[in-house]
Design a protein around this ligand. Structure first.
Ligand SMILES: Cc1cc2nc3c(=O)[nH]c(=O)nc-3n(C[C@H](O)[C@H](O)[C@H](O)COP(=O)(O)OP(=O)(O)OC[C@H]3O[C@@H](n4cnc5c(N)ncnc54)[C@H](O)[C@@H]3O)c2cc1C
Length: 404
C-alpha cells in the first residue's frame, strides 16, 4: 500500500474529471470498501486543503448531472460543510476534545494495560484482521474509505473499549484529509455523543457484504454499542461574519493549509506587497503527525505558491514557524495581513496567537471568509436533516460565488 495522492492541483483536477462520470452510480456503490476505492472520489485530501474547492467539485458534478441524479454525492460534500458550520458555532466541543486527548494520553503513561492495547490498535496488531488492515492502510496511505472509518471507530470504541479521543487523535495524525470538524464530530457520532443516544455498531455481516468478503469478523466484534456519556451540546455562538478590509493599504498575504486556492482574495484590485506561508500540521496532536501528512501538505503548499506566483509581488515562501511569520510581518512595512479564514482547529488557534503578537506592532490580521462558507455555515443549527433541506437553495446560489 502506497500513498496514492499526488500533492498538486493538477492531480486534484484529474481525479475530479475521472470521478464525475461515476457520480450517477455513487448512491448505490459508495458504501463498498474495495481495493483501490473505485466507487468514491478520493478527493478529500484535496478538498480538505482546498486545492480544489467544494464549489468546484459541486459545479463539475452538476454541470453533467441534475441535482436529483447527483443528490447523494452533493449531500456528502455538504456533510463536510455542515460539520464545519456546526463546530464554528460550538467551538468548545473542539477544546473539550483536545482536553480529552491530553487526559487519555496521561492515562496511557500510567496504565500499562491501556498503553499496550492502544499501541496494538495503532500498529494494527489486534486479534481482528479487518481492523488491523485498516490501521495499516491508514498509516501507509493517509486515507481510509468512509465505511472503513465508521467500522474502525466503532470497533475501537465498542469492541476494544479504548478512549474515543485516542482513536480520533490517531486518525487526525494520519489522515491527509484530517479535519478538526469532520473527524471530531465523525467520532462523536459513532460514539453516540453527537446524536444523543444514537451509536454506530459495526456488524460482521455488513463488513463482509461491503468488502465483498475480503473480511468477515464473525464472532470478533461487540454485538452492542452503548452510547458513551458526555456533556450536552454547548449553546450556539454566532457564525463568523465577513470582515471588510482596505485593499489599497500595504498588505501581506499569509497562506495556510486551510485554503490553497487564494484566488478569491487575489484579483485585479489586490496584489499583496508580500506573501508567506505557514503550516500547522504539527499541531494536530500532542504526538507527532505522520510524515505522509507532513510531506503531502508541504508539497501541496509549494504547488500553491508556484501556481499563484504571478499574483504576488514578493514571496518569502513557506516559513518554519510563528516566530518567523511574526518577523516577516514586522519587517515588511505592512499594516495588515490577510489570510484565508481558518475554521476551528490548530490553524485558527495559531492565527489567534499571531493576531495577539501583531497587535502591539500595529498590524491587523484579517480572516477572509469565502462566500460559500458564509452562506452555508449558519444553517448548521440542528441535525444534518434540517441542514439538508437548504441544499437545493445553496446549490442554486453557487453561480454567483467565486469558485477558486
Ligand atoms: C470516524 C470518521 C472520521 C472522519 N474523519 C474525517 C476527516 O478527518 N476529514 C474528512 O475530510 N472527512 C472525514 N470523515 C468523513 C469521510 O469519511 C471522508 O470525508 C471521506 O471518506 C473521504 O473520502 P472521499 O473523498 O473518497 O469521499 P467521497 O465519498 O467521494 O465524498 C466526496 C467528499 O464529500 C465529503 N464527505 C463525504 N463523506 C463525508 C462525511 N461523512 N463527513 C464529512 N464530509 C464527507 C468529503 O469532502 C469528500 O471528499 C470521517 C468520517 C468518519 C466516520
Amino acid at each position: 500500500m502506497q500513498p496514492a495522492f499526488t500533492p498538486t492541483r493538477t492531480a486534484a483536477l484529474e481525479r475530479l474529471q475521472a470521478f464525475v462520470p461515476k457520480t450517477s452510480a455513487y448512491a448505490s456503490k459508495r458504501n463498498y470498501d474495495l481495493e483501490g476505492h473505485p466507487h468514491v472520489s478520493g478527493l478529500s485530501p484535496y478538498i480538505r486543503h482546498r486545492m480544489v474547492t467544494e464549489q468546484e467539485v459541486l459545479e463539475a458534478v452538476l454541470g453533467r448531472y441534475a441535482l436529483s441524479t447527483a443528490e447523494k454525492f452533493v449531500q456528502e460534500v455538504y456533510w463536510r460543510t455542515y460539520w464545519k458550520g456546526w463546530l464554528e458555532m460550538r467551538p468548545s466541543v473542539w477544546t473539550s476534545y483536545r482536553a480529552g486527548v491530553q487526559g487519555a494520553l496521561n492515562r496511557v503513561q500510567t496504565e500499562a494495560g491501556l498503553r499496550a492495547a492502544w499501541e496494538e490498535a495503532c500498529r494494527g496488531e489486534t486479534d481482528i484482521a479487518a481492523f488491523n488492515h485498516w490501521a495499516q492502510e491508514l498509516v501507509e496511505t493517509g486515507y481510509l474509505h468512509n465505511h472503513a472509518r465508521m467500522w474502525f471507530a466503532s470497533i475501537w470504541i465498542f469492541t476494544l473499549r479504548l478512549p474515543w479521543e485516542l482513536g480520533a487523535d490517531f486518525f487526525l495524525r494520519h489522515l491527509i484529509d484530517g479535519d478538526p470538524a469532520s473527524n471530531t464530530l465523525g467520532w462523536r457520532w459513532v460514539a453516540g455523543l453527537q446524536t444523543k443516544g444514537k451509536t454506530y455498531l459495526a456488524r460482521p455481516s455488513n463488513i463482509a457484504r461491503y468488502t465483498e468478503g475480503r473480511f468477515n469478523p464473525e464472532g470478533e466484534l461487540s454485538s452492542f454499542a452503548e452510547p458513551l456519556d458526555g456533556d450536552p451540546h454547548p449553546d450556539r455562538i454566532n457564525p463568523p461574519m465577513p470582515e471588510s478590509w482596505d485593499r489599497t493599504a500595504p498588505t501581506g498575504l499569509l497562506l495556510t493549509e486551510e485554503d490553497m486556492s487564494p484566488g478569491y482574495i487575489l484579483g485585479s484590485s489586490f496584489k499583496p506587497a508580500t506573501t508567506a506561508a505557514l503550516l500547522c500540521t504539527d499541531k494536530r496532536s500532542p504526538l507527532a503527525t505522520s510524515p505522509v501528512v507532513e510531506n503531502f501538505t508541504a508539497a501541496a503548499m509549494d504547488d500553491c505558491l508556484v501556481r499563484y506566483k504571478e499574483s504576488f509581488n514578493d514571496s518569502k515562501g513557506l516559513l518554519p514557524n510563528l516566530d518567523a511569520i511574526e518577523n516577516w510581518a514586522a519587517k515588511a512595512g505592512i499594516v495588515q495581513i490577510v489570510t484565508p479564514y481558518a475554521p476551528v482547529g490548530p490553524t485558527a488557534e495559531t492565527l489567534s496567537e499571531l493576531a495577539r503578537r501583531l497587535q502591539p506592532k500595529g498590524i491587523t490580521l484579517i480572516r477572509a471568509l469565502r462566500d460559500f462558507d458564509t452562506e452555508a455555515w449558519p444553517h448548521a443549527t440542528h441535525g444534518f436533516f434540517r441542514f439538508k433541506e437548504k441544499i437545493p437553495k445553496l446549490v442554486g446560489r453557487l453561480k454567483g460565488l467565486k469558485a477558486a
